[in-house]
Design a protein around this ligand. Sequence first.
Ligand SMILES: Nc1ncnc2c1ncn2[C@@H]1O[C@H](COP(=O)(O)OP(=O)(O)O)[C@@H](O)[C@H]1O
Ligand SMILES: [Mg+2]
Length: 220
Amino acid sequence: MLVAEDIALAFADAGGGSFTALDVARFAPEPGRITAISGPSGSGKSTLLYVLAGLLPPQRGTVRDDAVSIYQLREGRRDAWRRRRIGFIFQDFHLVPELSPLANASLPATFARAGGARQRAAALLGELGVPTARRSIELLSRGERQRVAIARALLFDPPVILADEPSASLDRAAATELTAVLRRLAKDGRTVVLASHDDTLLAAADRHWRLDHGKLRTAA
Ligand SMILES: Nc1ncnc2c1ncn2[C@@H]1O[C@H](COP(=O)(O)OP(=O)(O)O)[C@@H](O)[C@H]1O
Ligand SMILES: [Mg+2]
């Protein structure tokens, strides 16, 4: 289980000082549940997801994944940990425009020895209803690109899914479809954490936290 404890993270500001972007006593999203984090722009949602993913070391505190304290791992080990344990869906997807849906979804396998990755990517794209015959993801709708990003995040079958405003600029139908996909992932026992302002997504969450200037509060 992924647990963040006693986290403090400050960024430098323009005036030569710093400000606290994250100040979280404990965050332990549960397997099998969708945990949502809402909060205004700049409240620290992306920062929290990056800290959980092992992408951004906090100045204080620990992130543990079962017995592993992830920021004690050397960078290469931490990258390997992330590939195995975390599926990250970035807000702007981080897809490669000139590559096909299949090439995009199997991209993480380029950096890791992983047999059968292309077959698995193809199967995931099929399950998610992405038209794989397109030559480039530039020919896909935004909702379809989103699903390519989800397939890529699921390539190594990680138990934890972190999604940063995954429904941003999706239409209602695509957001509803996305909700169903996230529900299915949680039902399979995965830990799903999403940052979102979207009422459709928030309504599908089992837990809802609000971030306010880097501090977590329970939401009504
Ligand atoms: N690398 C950085 N350097 C300095 N400030 C940053 C950096 N990344 C984010 N911030 C600031 O930290 C705060 C929280 O950012 P972020 O986590 O992206 O918020 P949210 O995702 O809730 O919109 C914002 O004020 C943002 O401008
Ligand atoms: Mg953000």
